[in-house]
Design a binder for this molecule. Structure first.
Ligand SMILES: Cc1cc2nc3c(=O)[nH]c(=O)nc-3n(C[C@H](O)[C@H](O)[C@H](O)COP(=O)(O)OP(=O)(O)OC[C@H]3O[C@@H](n4cnc5c(N)ncnc54)[C@H](O)[C@@H]3O)c2cc1C
Length: 405
């Protein structure tokens, strides 16, 4: 067993860390850096993106032939954590959701023509994209088999009717990957289709107001009323919607975890800095055992999250689906992020509740982590399914040279 990271990944990590510290972190304190929804203002984003590209720190997650660095998931885990030391970090490097997951699935499953048309513009930073799957009740949410949005085949087109909601980035996105029902087959009833915002037959009903800061383009409810999508825009073929979601959501959940670990570490960083200088009742906060236990506990739980993320990344890099590993990482890291923000606010006292630090931003953001890309309960249900299937083999070690399961 080898816990070393490749020297190349370390080189990128150090460069990302330096870029975040020099170029991005200082912007957080300036109110002018924010848009009206609490995210980085677009003009500043464009300036920082140009610098990130010039520094060779752009789309590190993609293969070299797609315009990335070919870091693999393990290298990404190392770098994404550093990117999200700043709340603005990932989007500057074009490594933020939902573009990040959309680029990876298009890279994995798109035809050469589809990659040229739908992937290249996102890689170049010219457009933003969205992934439309979740529906309001009684449609598909945690359970995708309940999906109601239909894609009815007419000639060489699919005609879409239905409704989606919480579609991140929809207001600003130029292109969408839509998951819709093409048949009632329980296993092959869903398909993934791409469409452009300028096509008629769909509309944004509302931008849903949420408790946290918003990604650019918000989280929208959208309606389809006869949108026509040419059959050539099917991703991976008709009936392959579940495959597309598996290929997209597994790695995308994991990249969320990679970023959230960075945010969790930032919470600890801010808490430690305050505890180191704040005195009360005759001693420093940092010298109180109760504070030390809180910080020690967080450090340990962050490290458990990192181990789970790395294990899942390793499994994905060797061609597995890592369903079990991703589920464990997702639950662990989402909860650590939430608790890290909470504890850091507590240690900072009133200051933690103010906007003098980014803790309140992270705290509001963190609550979604336990819901998006599968609620905690759903991942635990999946884990229990594996436990039932595998029994004590759930915890088996991989033996050197053994084929992946
Ligand atoms: C900020 C944000 C951004 C999002 N972005 C996108 C996006 O870009 N595209 C997209 O398609 N979707 C997006 N979503 C939707 C997100 O993926 C769904 O919210 C998530 O999959 C859960 O579905 P749901 O909200 O319908 O919850 P429901 O399915 O209604 O479940 C509600 C609750 O029931 C409980 N529950 C559900 N199943 C089980 C179970 N088996 N056992 C026990 N308890 C259970 C859980 O506590 C769950 O939170 C986003 C959501 C948020 C909040």
């Amino acid at each position: 067993m080898n816990f070393d990271i490749p020297a190349r990944a370390e080189d990128y990590r150090a460069r990302v860390a330096d870029f975040v510290a020099r170029e991005i972190l200082p912007c957080e304190a300036d109110k002018a850096s924010y848009d009206e929804h609490g995210n980085i203002a677009l003009p500043l984003l464009e300036t920082l993106r140009a610098k990130a590209r010039a520094a060779g720190l752009w789309c590190l997650q993609l293969k070299p032939e797609t315009g990335g660095a070919g870091l693999g998931k393990m290298g990404m885990a190392v770098c994404y954590e550093e990117m999200n030391r700043s709340i603005f970090g990932p989007v500057v490097f074009n490594s933020a959701a939902p573009d990040d997951g959309n680029m990876m699935v298009l890279e994995a499953l798109g035809t050469p023509e589809q990659k040229e048309k739908w992937l290249k513009p996102i890689v170049e930073g010219k457009v933003r994209s969205a992934f439309a799957m979740t529906e309001p009740h009684p449609g598909g949410g945690s359970d995708p088999s309940m999906m109601m949005t239909r894609a009815e085949k007419r000639g060489d087109k699919y005609v879409i009717t239905g409704r989606k909601w919480f579609i991140t980035g929809a207001e600003d996105a130029s292109q969408f990957i839509l998951i819709a029902r093409t048949s009632d087959d329980p296993k092959h009833g869903l398909s993934a289709l791409m469409f452009h915002k300028d096509q008629p037959g769909w509309s944004i009903k509302r931008r849903i107001e949420i408790m946290g800061p918003e990604e650019h383009g918000g989280h929208c409810e959208i309606e389809f009323d006869g949108l026509e999508i040419p059959a050539e825009n099917l991703l991976a073929g008709e009936g392959k919607g579940m495959k597309v979601t598996q290929v997209r959501l597994g790695p995308a959940r994991l990249t969320h975890c990679m970023r959230w670990l960075g945010l969790s570490k930032r919470c600890v960083e801010i808490a430690r800095a305050y505890a180191a200088e704040r005195y009360g009742f005759g001693i420093r906060l940092a010298d109180r055992e109760s504070i030390q236990l809180k910080l020690g506990d967080l450090a340990m739980r962050i490290e458990i999250g990192r181990m789970l993320v790395m294990r899942a990344a390793w499994e994905l890099d060797r061609g597995g689906f890592a369903r079990k590993e991703v589920s464990m990482a997702k639950v662990q890291v989402a909860n650590v992020l939430h608790d890290a923000a909470d504890v850091a606010i507590q240690i900072n006292g009133a200051r933690g509740y103010s906007r003098d630090t980014v803790l309140e931003w992270i705290y509001r953001y963190a609550r979604q982590a336990r819901l998006v890309d599968g609620a905690d309960e759903v991942h635990k249900m999946v884990l229990n399914r594996f436990l039932n299937e595998e029994g004590s083999d759930f915890w088996r070690w991989n033996v050197e040279g053994e084929a992946k399961v």
